[in-house]
Each structure stands twice: as structure tokens, then as C-alpha cells.
Design a binder for this molecule. Sequence first.
Ligand code: HEC
Length: 235
Amino acid sequence: MDSFELNKIAGAVFFTLLVYLGLQNLGDILFHIEPADTNAYIVEGLEVNAVSALEASAEPEVDILALLQTASVDKGAKVAKKCVSCHAFEKGGANKIGPALWGIVNRDIASVDGFGYSGTLNEMAGDWDYNSLNGFLENPKKYAAGTKMAFAGLRKPQDRAAIIAYLNAQGDTPTDFTTGYTPPVAEPESVPAEEPAAEAQIEETPASQDESQDGPVTGATEDMFSDLVADTPSE
Ligand code: HEC
């Protein structure tokens, strides 16, 4: 019964995973996003509502604003070590291989004086808000195909939140990301796999201990006692 139960649970978990992956891929197939010249994350109100509904029912995109609520500027300063060969962050810093980044948050894309941007970045509309920075820094070449920023990207959402918090602090008028932020309503957690598995283990344990006991034991107290003793010499 146990293994059957476990199989059912494992089956349910895998099925959920399969559906999730299926939906993700379906989204990719139906809704292949070309590197957009505006913010690629806002797709509301387009004709693709059916697909975005599908995507919404799968794992949502990284909610970078949520991560920014707790992002650490100090950690961002550490992440920024990956950028300093090409970028200056301090006020009045010079352009290097990449443009100086003081005050980059909420600034027009490709607007640092005296820096020769790629055509790609020059043609991109909009500001470097937390969404566009999140997309660009995750995978520059994908987000802005043709960019000359030769950087693989920050795969961890926490690293991106940290660097955005740091970039935001490196400016004259840092944005307060907490104003107007309402946390999403938490969905009830479902953890079906854990508990039955633990039960199954508990059932098995006494059986194997019985076998390890030497003589026949009678009475509850003796039973418990011999359990304790049996543990010690078996080491
Ligand atoms: C190998 C050099 C290099 C590294 C490393 C690098 N960048 Fe860049 N970055 C560039 C270049 C070059 C550009 C200009 C891109 C273009 O014009 O297409 C750029 C552009 C940018 C821009 C857009 C600036 C604007 O004015 O529009 C941002 C933001 C940025 N980088 C942030 C970062 C951050 C944050 C890191 C570290 C996590 C980083 N970069 C690492 C070279 C680099």
C-alpha cells in the first residue's frame, strides 16, 4: 500500500511538472518573443490574451519588484565586481568599455554623454527601469540582440535584484522601490509529497529494530529498555 501510495504521489508530482513544462513550451511555440525594443514583460491588452492566460497559470516571470523589497545593496556591490572592468559606478566616473553607470536607474536607454552605443541600444526606446534592467542583465545578448555589452548575464534573480538595488543607490535620486508595492496574495501551499513519505519511514523503522534484538522480549518496559541498550553496542 505504501509504495502504491508513493507511486501515486510521485505520479501526481510528475504529472504536474509535465503539465507545467508543457504549458511553458506551448507558450514558447505560440508566443515566441522577438527581442523587443520596448519592455518585453508587459504584454497586457494585446491580442494574445489566451496565451498570456496560459502563461500566467504556469510559473510567473520573476517578480523583480518583489525581490527588490528585500534586495541588499551590499550584496549588489559585490555583484558589481563583475561589471567594473567595463563600467564605472561612482559619481563623475568616466566611460570605459561600457558607459558610466552613475544614475542609470530610470535614465533613458543609451543616453550617457560621449559614449558610442551600438545601433541596438540606440534604437531601444524607454528607460532603464527595474524591469528593463532585469531583462537586460539576465541575458544582454538575448534582451538586446546586437548589443556590444559582452557579458553573459546574471542568471540568479537575487543577483539581479541586488545589482539593481545597488545601481539605484548609485545615483542622485534613488527610487524607493517599496512605495506603492503591494505583495501578491500568497497562494495556499500544497506539499503532498512530504508527509506520507515520512509516515512510511516511521512504519518501517520498528520492524528492522525488532530483528536486531537478541532474545525474545516480553513486557512493554523491557522492550523499550532493550531498544536503548541494543543501540549502544551495535556501533
Ligand atoms: C565586457 C564589458 C562589460 C561588462 C563586464 C559589463 N558591461 Fe554593461 N555595457 C558594456 C557595453 C560595451 C555597453 C554598451 C552596450 C551597447 O552599446 O550595445 C554596456 C551597457 C550597459 C548598460 C546600458 C547603459 C546605457 O547607458 O544605456 C547597463 C545598464 C549595463 N551595461 C550594466 C552592466 C552591469 C550591471 C554589469 C555587471 C553585472 C555590466 N554591465 C557588465 C560593457 C560591459
